[in-house]
Design a binder for this molecule. Sequence first.
Ligand SMILES: NC(=O)c1ccc[n+]([C@@H]2O[C@H](COP(=O)([O-])OP(=O)(O)OC[C@H]3O[C@@H](n4cnc5c(N)ncnc54)[C@H](OP(=O)(O)O)[C@@H]3O)[C@@H](O)[C@H]2O)c1
Length: 271
Amino acid sequence: MNWQAARDKHPGDGECSGKKIVWITGASSGIGAALVRKLVAEGHFVIVSGRNRDTLLKIQQPSPKLIKVLACDVGDDASMAEAGRALAEITDQLDLVIACAGVCEYEDNLELDVKRYRRVFDANFFGVVNTLHQALPLLANSRSPVFAAVGSLSSIVGFPRAEAYGASKAAVSYFMESVRADTSRVRLRTVLIRPGFIDTPLTKGNDFAMPLMMSPEQAAHRILRGLSGSRSIIDFPRRLSWSLRMLAVLRPVWHKLCAPRITRIRKLRNN
Ligand SMILES: NC(=O)c1ccc[n+]([C@@H]2O[C@H](COP(=O)([O-])OP(=O)(O)OC[C@H]3O[C@@H](n4cnc5c(N)ncnc54)[C@H](OP(=O)(O)O)[C@@H]3O)[C@@H](O)[C@H]2O)c1
């Protein structure tokens, strides 16, 4: 008997009723791991994905009945096709999917190393497409399916050194807008989540100021609060989101006053 069948066998059972079946990618660390902890504490069933199976098994340890491990590389089509098959063995239905997996690599000296861009886009953009591809048939079996993808507030304006990362997150934003338009007559809620700076391994190596930094727990709280409402975009922290949106409107101010203070490039390389 798969997970959904086990849950639905006792629909009136207080333990199972109202509990969602959730798939989270990027669940082994940072924001994803904090989301898992909160969802499991509320009694939801959570399938956790990431590339490192051993780390996922550690995440599963405290709640083996509520957590299933599904190791996969979201940027690898074959790995995701395999994950889709494994997913269908675990459950016939997904109520909530959060595509949270992501990596960050910065540009130094505008090297424009295309391999770097492909790595970042594979995880951050194609990872979201692959996740939705595998999840869609199972979301279709839910009464109120939700697909959420984690973008970034950094995609609102063009940050120095963030050519690869910011572009991948801007692609996620546009993709989610398009999917929202294409699913406007069917039962699927899509949500774009755009965090500011969160204290996770992804930001550990950052050697620049990260204003209004939040903990992964605070981020998970904001995300789940947003998902319980009806918004299609969840931005936080609000003060950073508003400042960046304002700068996006006043683009010349950003490019003439702010960017020159942040960029490290003083001379174009000529070799
Ligand atoms: N931290 C921030 O300030 C911040 C701000 C805005 C947006 N975000 C976004 O939030 C998301 C989570 O980031 P985080 O800060 O929590 O980072 P994190 O702690 O480094 O977690 C990243 C997660 O993604 C997984 N992952 C990476 N590449 C993967 C791949 N190809 N396939 C499957 N899983 C993969 C990692 O597990 P494995 O390495 O085991 O695969 C890990 O579980 C990312 O999309 C990030 O861009 C973060």
